[in-house]
Design a protein around this ligand. Structure first.
Ligand SMILES: [Zn+2]
Ligand SMILES: [Zn+2]
Ligand SMILES: [Zn+2]
Ligand SMILES: [Zn+2]
Length: 467
């Protein structure tokens, strides 16, 4: 019995030890499982690996547009594993559904809204702010940088800094030097100065112009603010034709009135049979109005900042000289061109007209032994010479010599053909007589048959001007 008791006592001890060992093993296993996942310590009961040997990362939980996913890797030797979050994917806006919710401005980002092509949710994405688009804002005197979009200004406007070419070294603006003439698009003509040209035919305007002068008419006794033309009848200056200039609504007009017909030759008597005025449609004792319009000049030559120009149309009608001779230097026409015409047509523009040494040589008249020539004259305005109107380099031929007349030249009694082309005077004297001058015929032909005293001669002024 006692031996049996001893045996059973030993058994009890062994069981207790085994139980204790199992309990400890269990505890250790629990401990290992409870260790932090990133533990690199080998488990004490697996001494064969002193460090975890990690397998590849694998997706444990798939990330979505809006929620993080999770990656895991396991130890190949034990049950330990590590986790790593995977960033949420973010929505992918389907371009077909995109709409601007808030537009971007220069300074603020905008918002685009649309549907996510992955999850179908409504989602937004920002549009970057546009940033200012700065450009020069320029006026005559100053420049300043301004945003073309939001108009925000950078600093305050500053004066241009002009270089020798009148260009601003900062903004590139070129100073607009106000031109005294206007060049045509084809560059063949320019307008410079003004002269009464087209007749006013609008009845309302005519009565307004008449009202401007309070319907006052001139007479040989009382000018009544009109100006006497000082025209001839029977070789004597007589008082029968007048003009008056009126500014009306920023335009200028010339009223013309006559009580006797102007004879087509300064030596003739009056009467409609002696005058071209009647033929041209104008009668006595009626006020006619003509508008001051820009004079169109043909550019004959152009060099060194100067242009040689001649009127493109017959502007007036006058005799070369009423009583003297065909000597240009002494002629009435030369005096009139450089006095009345210059002051009327080029008021305030005289400084742009160059004084020219006008060639009055025999060669200029087309007759080398012409005895009727005069010395060269220094003039601002002059008539063209025979040599000039035959010079193709100046653009003259049969066609380009033909000139129409203005309405104003017609009331002055210009001699014109049925096609409207008028005779016009040259400064060159005839070589045959001392009372004929060379002129351009209505056909464009150049002749020397024009009597110096014919008042029906068209006037085509020419001059050199500063460009
Ligand atoms: Zn491990
Ligand atoms: Zn989504
Ligand atoms: Zn801006
Ligand atoms: Zn500038």
């Amino acid at each position: 019995m006692s031996e049996q008791k001893n045996i059973s006592k030993k058994k009890k001890i062994i069981i207790a030890v085994v139980a204790a060992v199992v309990a400890i093993a269990l505890l250790v296993t629990i401990l290992v499982l409870c260790l932090p996942n990133d533990s690199k310590n080998p488990t004490p009961d697996n001494p064969t690996h002193t460090e975890h040997i990690w397998d590849e990362w694998e997706t444990f939980k798939q990330a979505t547009c809006t929620e993080q996913g999770e990656l895991r890797r396991k130890c190949t030797q034990c049950d330990a594993y590590e986790t790593m979050p995977e960033k949420e994917l973010g929505h992918i806006l389907d371009p077909k559904t995109e709409q601007i919710k808030e537009p971007a401005t220069c300074i603020d980002a905008g918002v685009i809204q649309g549907k996510c092509s992955r999850c179908g949710q409504t989602a937004e994405r920002p549009i970057a702010a546009l940033g200012h688009s700065m450009e020069w804002s320029i006026d005559e005197n100053t420049h300043v940088k301004k945003c073309t979009r939001c108009k925000q200004q950078e600093g305050t406007p500053e004066q241009h800094i002009f270089n020798g070419e009148n260009q601003c070294t900062e903004c590139g603006y070129t100073k607009q030097t106000s031109k005294h003439y206007v060049l045509s698009e084809d560059g063949k003509t320019l307008t410079f100065g003004s002269y009464p040209q087209s007749e006013v035919t609008d009845n309302a305007l005519i009565s307004n112009l008449n009202a401007e002068i309070q319907n006052k008419l001139p007479s040989s006794d009382d000018l009544n603010s009109w100006t006497d033309y000082g025209y001839y009848i029977q070789g004597k200056v007589q008082s029968y034709m007048w003009y008056i200039d009126v500014e009306y609504k920023s335009d200028k007009y010339r009223g013309v009135y006559f009580t006797e017909y102007r004879p087509e030759n300064a030596g003739y008597g009056t009467g409609n049979s002696n005058s071209k005025q009647d033929e041209n449609g104008y009668t006595t004792e009626k006020v006619y109005w003509f508008k001051f319009e820009p004079i169109t000049w043909r550019i004959l030559t152009q060099e060194n900042g100067k242009a040689f120009v001649a009127a493109d149309i017959i502007l007036d009608s006058r005799e070369f000289d009423a009583l003297g001779s065909n000597n240009y230097a002494a002629s009435g026409i030369r005096k009139w061109l450089n006095d009345a015409f210059l002051k009327t047509a080029l008021a305030n523009l005289e400084d742009y007209v160059v004084v020219t040494n006008v060639d009055n040589s025999a060669d200029s008249t087309g007759v080398t032994d012409n005895k009727n020539i005069c010395e060269n004259t220094d003039d601002k305005v002059f008539l063209l010479s025979y040599a000039e109107v035959l010079n193709e380099d100046l653009g003259f031929d049969f066609d380009t010599r033909k000139h129409q007349s203005t309405d104003y030249a017609k009331i002055q009694g210009v001699n014109k053909s049925s096609s409207g082309y008028g005779y016009w005077l040259l400064r060159s004297p005839s070589s045959d007589t001392t009372f004929d001058v060379r002129a351009v015929h209505t056909s464009g032909m150049v002749s020397d048959e024009r009597r110096m005293s014919e008042t029906s001669s068209g006037i085509v002024p020419a001059l050199y001007m500063v460009l």
